[in-house]
Design a protein around this ligand. Structure first.
Ligand code: AMP
Length: 280
């Protein structure tokens, strides 16, 4: 496993792999790695000749400076975890390597960036599009792996690839959960003991809700989920929506011939967690 810190370094290393006929699989991350990230690395290593993992906390996708400051960072620990997987290259650049000049590009992600996360984190998805397009330019992957944990992000990345006319294939991977159901997230480290004990309530309510589609209309189920999560004194729902998986528009009728996903954001003290589940 080779750790590369510069833009030129990663361009050259990947070009060499391409020249020798290897397909390049790419897993972009912000570090503080857990089993969710490692599942993406395993998916990449199963299908690609060269596995590249990036670790970069992208400042342009944080709409809250305090969130950026507190975001967990542990490069040494991350490298130890990646050593145990089949990782060939770790790209861990400084901000200057990714953004030699301030990135002022605006991407047309409408309407995908207007709803859910986009409504509460203005500018977030434009920042995601900036960093992902720059990373794709440097790493030039054949396949890139993203978690369905960030479901809206995955939808937006597919759109971005279309806008940029890239050939990269985007693979969406399943959400990895703790044994109590909590979706793994780097932000889980920031939870106090009490908050951590409360957090699995979110996925428990979502799971229960997936069984209630025969009993309630979509809008009633939305209210039911919000009320059930908020019943826990430490949890405060920011939004819950059941949307289709292409345009992220609210589902109004279970008969609609679309894939339906229930997406939630919840505040737990100073931490904000997101999760989602498929609704049949
Ligand atoms: P992040 O480091 O939070 O930017 O995440 C990097 C990648 O890992 C993204 O594609 C995430 O969707 C994915 N990811 C994060 N948590 C999980 C999880 N619990 N299960 C599957 N993928 C995940």
């Amino acid at each position: 496993m080779k750790v590369i810190k510069t833009a030129d370094g990663i361009i050259q290393a990947v070009a060499e792999a391409h020249r020798s006929g290897l397909s390049v699989g790419f897993v972009p991350t912000m570090g503080a790695l857990h089993q969710g990230h490692l599942s993406l690395v395993r998916a990449a290593s199963e299908t690609c000749g060269l596995v590249v993992v990036s670790i970069f906390v992208n400042p342009t996708q944080f709409n809250d400076p305090e969130d950026l400051r507190r975001y967990p960072r542990d490069l040494e620990g991350d490298l130890r975890l990646l050593e145990k997987e089949r990782t060939d290259l770790v790209f861990a650049p400084d901000v200057k390597e990714i953004y030699p000049e301030p990135d002022t590009r605006i991407f047309d992600l409408h309407p995908l960036d207007q709803v859910m996360e986009g409504r509460f984190r203005p500018g977030h998805f434009n920042g995601v599009a900036q960093v992902v397009s720059r990373l794709f330019e440097l790493v030039n992957p054949d396949v890139a792996f993203f978690g369905r944990k960030d479901f809206q992000q995955l939808t937006i990345i597919r759109r971005l690839v279309g806008i940029l006319g890239l050939k990269v294939r985007i693979v969406g991977c399943p959400i990895i959960r703790e044994s109590d159901g909590l979706a793994m997230s780097s932000r889980n480290q920031l939870l106090s003991r009490e908050e951590r004990a409360a957090a699995p309530h979110i996925s428990q309510v979502l799971r229960e809700a997936t069984e209630l589609t025969g009993k309630m209309k979509p809008e009633e189920l939305v209210t039911w989920v919000t009320t059930a999560v908020n019943k826990h004194p430490l949890l405060q729902v920011e939004y819950f929506e059941i949307v289709d998986d292409e345009l992220l528009m609210p589902v109004t009728d279970w008969e609609q011939k679309v894939n339906k996903v229930g997406c939630i954001a919840v505040h737990l003290g100073k931490v904000r967690l997101i999760d989602n589940m498929v609704f049949a």
